[in-house]
Write a protein that binds this ligand. Sequence first.
Ligand SMILES: [Zn+2]
Length: 65
Amino acid sequence: MSSQNVRCPVCGCLNKGLALDETHGWMECIKCKTVVQIQPEKYVKKIPVFDMSDTESIVNALARK
Ligand SMILES: [Zn+2]
């Protein structure tokens, strides 16, 4: 199990020891109580792997966001 320290994007408070991999990036700020989803690329070093020969799927995936 891993935990991350994440700075709240709303108030800037540092939230320590979050298990974002369990919550799919969701966290509740300890200070302002805002519930936000931290984008995985902001806390995980892994990057998504796309098959570059399949650009249509990539475009569709990006369009859904
Ligand atoms: Zn906050």
